[in-house]
Each structure stands twice: as C-alpha cells, then as structure tokens.
Design a protein around this ligand. Structure first.
Ligand SMILES: [Zn+2]
Length: 215
C-alpha cells in the first residue's frame, strides 16, 4: 500500500513528500526543499527505502534546494520535472535565493533532469503503478501536478489559503484555466498534497477558495 510522509522544508515552509510502498520499499521524493534533506534521508534509512525518483512540481528554490543532497546520497536516483522547469532551475535558483538567503552570491546548480514531462499524456511507471502528470501553468509556467493512485501532488498550483500567483512567473489567466481543468478532471474527493500547508480534498479547497476575498 502506498503511504505518504510529509516533511516541512527549511525555506518558506514548503512541503516535501516521501511517497513509498511499505511492502516493496520503493520510494519517490517530491519537492525536496531543504538543502541537506537530512530529515528525509533519516526517514528513508530508518524505513530501508529505495528511492527511484525525485519529482519536482516546479522550479522555485523552496521546492528543489535538496535535490543535490539526495543525488549525492543516492546516485541512482532519477530527477523528473517539466521541460520548462528543467531549463529554469539552471538559471533561476540564484535569483530566488537573493530573497531568502543572507548571502546573495550563493548559488547552487542542479544537473539536467533525467526524465522530462512535456504533456498531459506523459506517464511514468513506478512500483507497478502508473504516475500521471498534468501540465498546470499559472503559479509558474513550469508547474505540473502529479497523480499517484488518486493522490494529487499540486505544488503551488493549489494551496490551502488564498491563491497565490508568483509575481515574477505567474499568469492569472493560465491559473484560472488550470483550475477549471482540475475541477473537470478530478472528483471533489481527490486528496490534495499541496506545496505549502495542510493536506485537504479538492472539494474543501474549492469551498475555501470561493469564500476568500481574492487579491
Ligand atoms: Zn512556487
């Protein structure tokens, strides 16, 4: 059975999720955003998991700062992200850091992804399951959502507070289209694992979002 463990990343309190199968011991890490990934690595070791993939929902630093520490610890791990994300992480990781880190010259480089997600029909086989992807531009052009066995990992596309468009990379019209697509693709009972904040259902999020004064 698939289980999910949530970790809160150092920057901006974003969520990292370790998705794993207790029987086969296969695992995936979604959005590792802490530089050393030490809590995630401790969990992986304690549970004797084999990590196959890191999957990024989008390019922002608070969702990928830990990629390198995991790749050093587990050299066979494969990095998966959208093709736009792959291009942007090589450029934008420094820009975002200047906001959050005392040292504006600090830079980290992520090597090219191993698997690029380019469209809604792309899938990935993992642990005898099929992982589905949805392109969800809006919060940023590179954003994707990841669906594993009815669990939806949304990154910053859906968060349990007033919607947030990234000032630099966001696009209001794209975001609205993305949300309309989501509401037609998925049942309201689908469980959302957001990029920040608590886990909730799509129905709960729609309800919250309706009553919120939009900025
Ligand atoms: Zn973001």
């Amino acid at each position: 059975m698939i289980k999910v463990e949530r970790f809160i990343n150092q920057l901006m309190s974003s969520n990292c999720f370790v998705v794993f199968d207790d029987n086969t011991k296969r695992a995936i890490v979604i959005d590792p955003g802490s530089e050393k990934s030490d809590k995630e690595i401790a969990f992986i070791e304690d549970n004797q998991l084999e990590v196959d993939y890191i999957i990024l929902t989008h390019e922002h630093t608070d969702h990928n700062w830990g990629v390198n520490s995991l790749k050093i610890k587990y050299p066979n791990i494969k990095l998966v992200c959208s093709d736009i994300c792959d291009r942007l992480v090589k450029k934008s990781n420094r820009v975002f850091f200047s906001f959050y880190y005392d040292n504006p010259d600090y830079i980290y480089i992520i090597d090219s992804a191993d698997i690029l997600i380019k469209s809604d029909i792309d899938t990935l086989k993992w642990n005898n399951l099929t992982i589905h992807f949805v392109m969800t531009p809006g919060h940023s052009k590179a954003s994707i959502c990841i669906e594993i066995e009815g669990l939806l990992f949304t990154g910053d596309t859906i968060m349990p507070f007033p919607r947030y468009l990234n000032k630099k990379d966001g696009n209001e019209d794209d975001w609205k289209k993305t949300i309309a697509k989501k509401e037609s693709y998925y049942s309201k009972d689908v469980i959302i694992y957001p990029g920040h904040g608590e886990i909730l259902t799509l129905g709960e999020w729609i309800e919250q979002n309706r009553t919120v004064e939009r900025p």
